[in-house]
Design a binder for this molecule. Sequence first.
Ligand code: ADP
Ligand code: MG
Length: 243
Amino acid sequence: MAHAFEIRDLHKSFGRLEVLKGIDFAVDPGQVVCVIGPSGSGKSTLLRCVNLLEQPTSGKVFLEGVELTDRDVDIDAARRRVGMVFQQFNLFPHMTVLQNVMISQRRVLKRSRAEAERIARENLEKVGVADKSDSYPIQLSGGQQQRVAIARALAMSPDLMLFDEPTSALDPELVGDVLTVMRKLAEEGMTMLVVTHEMAFARDVADRVVFMDGGVIVEDGSAAQVIGDPKHERTKTFLRRVL
Ligand code: ADP
Ligand code: MG
């Protein structure tokens, strides 16, 4: 079976700044992988390279066995299979919650209004905000908004979900609800790549933890190995600061 995605010798520079310095990395279907590491180590850039929101400087990216870095590939079709959730929720402020979760289904997937609404309601139910369907984003807490953003991504029926510090902008008391939704998704078998500082979540939910520093992967192993028994001094130093 093909990897859900694979990255081979990925390099990414912004001008003279080399941010990713040769990343090799693969995730199998159903795996949950957490990426940890200090600010500026290239975690977001790595995530954005997975669906080519950033164009790699060199190296290859494969999604379900198809090379995205091949010029002939239909990138938009490939991207549709990848859901992305960011630190900032980026909901459309002038649309209701329901409309936010329907819009891309209608525009991109060309689903009928009835089908898009049914799928939107299903996913809002799943993340626990069905009762907010007719509210506007500003009327919701940050945690509710982030769960709507997750529902919006799930409504596109992705094969893979990427999360970039999904709880970092939330008040501490709202973090748990979002992590609960992510935990449920993981249990249902969703393939997930999660950049996070939530070490308890990584320890409990991740099949693998990847520690990045300075644009390279320093350690890649089970949570018990990487968080519980780190081998490298850089990992130990980082963990001492966050644990
Ligand atoms: P992390 O998510 O681990 O904090 P990032 O991937 O966001 O790290 O950033 C890694 C480095 O790349 C940082 O030094 C950042 O300033 C730089 N960087 C990220 N995106 C850009 C960009 N679009 N243009 C220039 N520099 C960037
Ligand atoms: Mg980042």
